[in-house]
Design a protein around this ligand. Structure first.
Ligand code: SAH
Length: 226
């Protein structure tokens, strides 16, 4: 069997056993998770684990989230196809690729240039035209492209960054982990005028959001997965 056929089968199994079997029901999200070759986004030495029910190291002390967490966060954004989306924390670029399948335009911000460059390379290889990787502090958002219909932060924030709340469109959804450097609660904020509806979804563990509205670099632990 060809390598990409094997990967396709692994993805079918991942979708069935890790996503549908839990609470991922959005058919478009399941299709995107089936379509995106996750193994291309992880380093060679962990490629055999690309479809496992776990986060994986991607270098620079950062991680790619467990597939279920990517799917859950994406589902919470309620994308229909015509949205402008901001992701904070490009990492491998995997979450951005999923978003690119589900929205009109995706901007993704990464503070570590090496990861941004690597993510750009994979996204280019997959010919995804509607996603732009930008280097910078995503805790400040991306005012030049605001407002966003959906914002997802894939790094742990001590509190919800004010600029991200401000850059959310009316009715827009902001999904992010909020808490300490070692454990957080996944939250969804929905904008209603100048107010926000807040839902607390599930306990999670993300690497820290480092920036003006996040943690200071010195505060960051070496890594939680080693
Ligand atoms: N979404 C990624 C995983 C993210 S890991 C994926 O699909 O692979 C968290 C990422 O957030 C790391 O790459 C880290 O460097 C980045 N990050 C942390 N603080 C940031 C900030 N203030 N702005 C942009 N990126 C940040």
């Amino acid at each position: 069997m060809k390598e990409d056929e094997v990967a396709r089968q692994q993805r079918e199994r991942m979708v069935k056993e890790q996503l549908s079997a839990r609470d991922v029901t959005d058919e478009r999200v399941l299709q995107a998770m089936l379509a995106v070759p996750r193994h291309l986004f992880v380093p060679r030495d962990v490629q055999h684990l690309a479809y496992a029910d776990a986060p994986l190291p991607i270098g620079e002390k950062q991680t790619i989230s467990q597939p279920y967490i990517v799917a859950l966060m994406t589902q919470l954004l309620e994308l229909k196809g015509d949205e402008k989306v901001l992701e904070v924390g490009t990492g491998s670029g995997y979450q951005a690729a999923i978003l690119a399948h589900l929205a009109r335009q995706v901007y993704t911000l990464e503070r570590i240039p090496k990861l941004a460059q690597q993510a750009r390379k994979v996204l280019r290889k997959l010919a995804l035209q509607n996603v732009e990787v930008i280097e910078g502090d995503g805790s400040q958002g991306l005012p030049e492209h605001a407002p966003f219909d959906a914002i997802v932060v894939t790094a742990a924030a001590p509190r919800v960054p004010e600029p991200l709340k401000q850059q959310l469109a009316e009715g827009g959804r902001l999904v992010l982990p909020v808490g300490s450097r070692v454990g957080q609660i996944l939250e969804r904020w929905v904008r209603k005028g100048e107010d926000y509806e807040v839902e607390r979804i599930a306990p999670v563990a993300f690497v820290p959001l480092v920036g003006t509205h996040g943690w200071k670099p010195d505060d960051a632990p070496a890594s939680w997965w080693m």
